[in-house]
Ligand binder design. Sequence first.
Ligand SMILES: Nc1ncnc2c1ncn2[C@@H]1O[C@H](COP(=O)(O)OP(=O)(O)OP(=O)(O)O)[C@@H](O)[C@H]1O
Ligand SMILES: [Mg+2]
Length: 503
Amino acid sequence: MGTIQFKALTFNYPDQTQPLFDHVTLQFDASWKLGLIGRNGRGKTTLLKLLQHQLPFTGQLVTDLQFQYFPQAIPDSTQMTRDILMQLGQLDDATFWQVERELRLLQVAPELVWQPFNALSPGEQTKMLLALLFIDDAHFQLIDEPTNHLDQQGRQVVASYLHQKAGFIVISHDRSFLDQVIDHVLAINRADITVHQGNYQTWQVAHNQQTAYEQQQNRQLKGDIKRLTKTAHQKAQWSHAAEKGKNAASVKTESANLDKGFIGHRAAKVMKRATTMANRAEKAINAKQQLFKNVEITAPLSLNQRPLKPRQTVISADQLVLQQGGRSLNQPLSFTLQAGQQVALTGINGAGKSTLLKALLTLPNTDHITSGQLKLNPQLKISYLPQDFDHLSGSLAKFAAAKHVTHEQLLSMLRKLGFERALFNHDLATMSMGQKRKVALARSLCEEADCYLWDEPLNYLDVITREQIQTMVANQQPTLLFIEHDVAFVTAVATHTYALRPD
Ligand SMILES: Nc1ncnc2c1ncn2[C@@H]1O[C@H](COP(=O)(O)OP(=O)(O)OP(=O)(O)O)[C@@H](O)[C@H]1O
Ligand SMILES: [Mg+2]
């Protein structure tokens, strides 16, 4: 297999004042399993678009490879899945077995291809589209966030599947997933782009070592700058005094003219040394500015919860069976959420987790319950973070007004979530997936509430933001019912975990 090379790649979207990529030179091998990482909005998806020549750029892309992108655009999701896959993969009845072979490896029931695409769960849809990528080895695969809609078991299956394959770039914010899949890392950092041989964990170790080295350099340079500035200052004073002495000498006697020459020479020497010291101090300051250029900056988060009576019951479910479109979804479930608890709902895709949150929001006359009881204290104010946010568009000001939070509050929360100020005037429709997710999350954090219902809050969010939220929940202990497939997060914050089992 060949290589892929960018030479002096420079690109920005029309409304961006700073280039997203500025003379980037980059090379990687087409046989690698390459993990593309970086904070939300750094340009990961854009880089995949540039590889496919979907956006105009300056610089050069050198490769003779053909690329394939996941997730593929679905022309009409009401069509039968098999027809969609044949169309996208340019296959016919005689060659469709290739997809069936990949679907078996992805542990998808083969009869599902006879269902309309939009009747499949998001996790099943993901696997169907992934199966198309590896039907031949003529392409290099560009896989943009395959894990978002997968439950824990699905992530495991896809991780083992991709581990068997080679020749792809995969973008993901799921650390344990990346560790199982990749052998190289391409990191879009704050100030540069780097390539590392190894998986996420080894990249993280190298990154931390670099930061520690820079901190040590910083201490040393700080000392140097202080010393050099002090000496330069002293030398400048001496030189000034000597210069004054020279002038005073010149108005005295003839014999004093000898001294004038001597003093002038000394003053010049001291002046030269003072300038050298000042130059060295300036160099040290410049070197210091180069440090920490890739260190990510974060601020602590908080949410606007109202205090509740301790141990007050907020939600209770008794032998609850949920339904969607007349179909019962789960085996009976009983649980309670009390004030100050963080309860995780787990279960495979399609077990009814999101339906449970929707049932809570439509009480008392919900049509999402087949049998059993679900109670929510009606006095309480709920903040709901839905799973779906893809449709967001319009200005941040309009979004804030529609969601009853102040514009200032929303912007200040977004800054804490790592949003650049330059983005504040952009339309939500042009924001990256993670940026949109941050807007939806910031709204819930700003909203005054007694209880929070969060449906997959971490989807699309970068690792640093995940850690910020984890710390905030651990510190503030909000009354929270949440669904999340990021194992590290659930383990760290859930006080109780309840599994929804499919019917
Ligand atoms: N069509 C567009 N018009 C204007 N700006 C855009 C457009 N698409 C993306 N951007 C901006 O370019 C930057 C990079 O976006 P991109 O989608 O490549 O980020 P990303 O690294 O994939 O982020 P995420 O992790 O959130 O998916 C972001 O600041 C985004 O707001
Ligand atoms: Mg992206």
